[in-house]
Design a protein around this ligand. Sequence first.
Ligand code: ZN
Length: 140
Amino acid sequence: MEISEKVAYLKGLAEGLKLDEETKEGKLIAGIIDVLDAMAEEFADVESEIVDLEDGLDAVSEDLSDVEETLYFALDDDDEDDDEDDDDDELFVTTCPCCEEEVVFDEDVLADGEVVCPNCGERLEFDLSDLANATNKDEE
Ligand SMILES: [Zn+2]
């Protein structure tokens, strides 16, 4: 039962008792019921304000979700690109002994054990220690 309904019930009860408001007790009880009535009204107002606030908050929350989706989608895109650069495509650089062109290749090519120079088509074969030397030379 709502508070306002309980207060209405008390009001009805007081009227049924034919409460004499001229007596001290009657004044007190009538005063208490008035205060309860006022409080019930205040509660009803506060409750409807909270409902309005919740509706407003839901709307803001939904808008925020849209913003987050858009933002995270954009960020995820960037992250994926970064991950690929960092982890999957580690690049090595060496110099072709035939045409002395700089040859760039990744781990996948290295696993095959040979690199074909894109400039002259020379097959460059080496083991990992040769590769390390070539890379170091290039950095110096
Ligand atoms: Zn070459």
